[in-house]
Design a protein around this ligand. Structure first.
Ligand code: CP3
Length: 355
């Protein structure tokens, strides 16, 4: 009963195949900047009430697609579902971000973490994936995702959001073996979690390494990249004769793109602090690139937004292998009309780079 994919620009671009224009989606495209999201969240009770109800998660996933001509859908969920499923007790306090009832700070706590069975505690995620796939009817591909082991570990060891990473870096410098045990356990859990998303219908995968950029170059390779490479190795890369593209995104990782490209992933997310032209030269055709407009550009005038889209398209240059996106998630105070201006500009201005 699976529908053929009507719009496959996103899949093609991540695989560096030819498209008629540059595909676009936005990180955090479903969320608080949309009034219809805020209304549904108020009706449901909370963010987690949306995530854990497959019908509601599906509805929220579809909201931005009804407004804008986007080239991909992304599962509505969160990277912190894994530590929550491991028993840490995720909760959100308005204005404060995510937090856990229990933090993981020593060997005993790491050893006590269960190996994840995605068909048990996280069944609500795979149910959401299959519900969304049914609702999309093959219009655009569905991206599944997870956090990177390092990024999940920062939240688990800190017990929530942090500014200076003192707990997680303390553990990493003082007890590296314990840190590696935690990262390895997370990598194994992420592999089965992402493969379960593919089994349920995810057509592409993305790994968010939001905090890889706070590491030294050596620690980045040992503590973040190494475990992302292990995940890439363990993922289902083909389903029903279709390649499942994998994108890695390390915020602040522009200086390590060549190392990231060597993991065997298909595409790299790039934030706005890196020049796309330079990035394209660095990866030398090994992978596609996703990005990278500064999300704050959506506070500028329509003309300025269009000008920036043109600059970024020109910076990547002619040819395939570019997925347009913001360099990070869309901010919650952005006017939704500005997102429309941005998306339409990519549609209109990118054609000439594909002729
Ligand atoms: O539309 C989409 O992109 C899909 C849904 C999605 C969410 N979170 C929904 C969400 C995705 C892909 C994520 C990933 C995520 N979650 C990341 C990696 C990407 C990044 O932004 O770097 C991280 C670090 C998290 C952890 C997280 N979840 C934080 C820090 C917060 C609170 C603050 C914030 O950034 O908004 C969340 C909550 C969250 N996740 C919301 C949404 C829509 C807001 C919840 C609400 O108040 O309604």
């Amino acid at each position: 009963m699976s529908h053929p994919l009507v719009n496959d620009r996103y899949i093609k671009a991540t695989l560096q195949q030819e498209t008629d224009r540059t595909p676009i989606w936005m990180m955090r495209q479903a969320g608080r900047y949309l009034p219809e999201y805020r209304q549904l969240r108020a009706e449901a009770g909370s963010f987690m009430d949306l995530c854990t109800n497959p019908e509601l998660a599906c509805e929220v996933t579809m909201q931005p697609l009804r407004r804008y001509p986007l080239d991909a859908a992304i599962l509505f969920s969160d990277i912190l579902t894994i530590p929550d499923a491991m028993g840490l007790g995720l909760y959100f306090t308005p204005g404060e971000g995510p937090a856990f009832k229990k933090a993981v700070r020593d060997e005993k706590a790491v050893k006590a973490l269960p190996i994840l069975d995605p068909h048990q505690e996280l069944k609500y995620v795979t149910d959401a994936v299959s519900t969304i796939r049914r609702e999309l009817k093959g219009s655009v591909p569905l991206i599944g995702f997870s956090g990177s082991p390092w990024t999940l570990a920062t939240y688990m060891v800190e017990g929530g959001t942090t500014k200076n990473f003192s707990e997680v870096k303390g553990l990493m410098y003082e007890q590296p073996a314990v840190m590696h045990q935690l990262l390895d356990k997370l990598a194994d859990s992420i592999i089965v979690y992402l493969n379960a998303q593919v089994e349920a219908g995810a057509q592409a995968l993305m790994i968010f390494d939001t905090w890889g950029g706070v590491l030294t170059p050596r620690d980045y390779q040992e503590l973040s990249l190494r475990y992302m490479a292990k995940i890439v190795d363990g993922l289902t890369r083909e389903k029903d004769g279709q390649r499942i593209p994998v994108t890695l995104f390390t915020k602040g990782g522009g200086k390590w793109l060549d190392l990231m490209a060597a993991t065997g992933c298909d595409c790299l997310g790039v934030d706005w602090t890196t020049d796309l032209n330079e990035a394209r030269q660095r990866v030398a055709g090994k992978v596609a690139l996703q990005g990278n407009m500064d999300p704050s550009m959506l506070y500028a005038s329509d003309e300025r937004i269009r000008e920036e889209v043109e600059t970024i398209l020109a910076s990547y240059g002619h040819g395939n292998g570019h997925v347009f996106n913001l360099g990070h998630g869309i901010h919650q105070t952005v006017n939704p009309e500005k997102a429309g201006v941005f998306i339409n500009a990519v549609h209109e201005l990118s054609k000439k780079y594909h002729q």
